[in-house]
Write a protein that binds this ligand. Sequence first.
Ligand code: C5P
Length: 227
Amino acid sequence: DKKITIAIDGFSSTGKSTLAKQLARTLGYVYVDTGAMYRSVTYFAMQQGLISREHFDKLSLIERLSEISLQFLFNPNLGYAEIYLNEVNVEAEIRTLDVSNLVSRVAEVSEVRARLVEQQKHMGDHKAIVMDGRDIGTVVFPDAELKLFMTASPETRAQRRFEELTAKGQQVTYDEVLKNVQERDYIDSHREDSPLVKADDAIEIDNSHLTIEEQFEKVMLLVQEAA
Ligand code: C5P
C-alpha cells in the first residue's frame, strides 16, 4: 500500500490522540500531536510571566517566539514521541488544567499559528504521518488522503478528560473540566485564524457510543480505502 497522510481534527477530548496513536503504531507511521505544540508555547508564556488568567502580553510573546524550540523525540518505552520545549521534556507540565485554561487564547494568535503550521507542514514531507489537531485537514494538510473529524457529546468528553486527569493524580472536579472543554470548543471554533471546522471532504465520526476498538476497526477500513 502507498503511504498516505491522515489528518484528524475535532473538538477537545474526542479521543483524537488515542485513535491517532493506534493508527500510527499499526501502520508504522509517525504520530504528531499538534495540541502539544500549542500547549508548549502556552507553558513557555506562563513560565515567562507573559500570560495568566488576568493578563496576556501578546506582543512580547510574538517577539519572543524565536526563543522557543520544539522537538518530538520518540520514546520506545511508550511507543510514541514526547515533546521537548528547549531541550526539556514537558509532557507532564503541558497536560495540566492550568495550561488547558490558557491554551486557546495563545492558539488564537496568528503569529503563533504561522510558526507552528510551518513546522507541521515539514513533518509531513514524506507522508506516512498521522497528525491530530484543529486545523490539520483545513490548513496544514488540505491534500491529505484521509481526513477524519471526530465528535462526541460534551458530557462524554468531559467525563473522559476528568478520568484521565484524576488518574494522573490531578485535583480537579468534573464541573471544572466540563467548563474548560466547553470554553475551548467555543474559542477554537470562533477564532478568526483557522477556526475549528470540518473540512468539506472530512469523514465525521461521532464516537459517543463507540468503544475504542469499534472506532479503530471502522477507521482502519477507511485507511485501506484511501491507501
Ligand atoms: O489537542 P489539545 O486538546 O491538546 O489542544 C489544545 C489546544 O490547542 C486546543 O484547544 C486549541 O486551542 C489549540 N490547538 C489549535 N490547533 C491545533 C491543535 C491545537 O488551535 N492544530
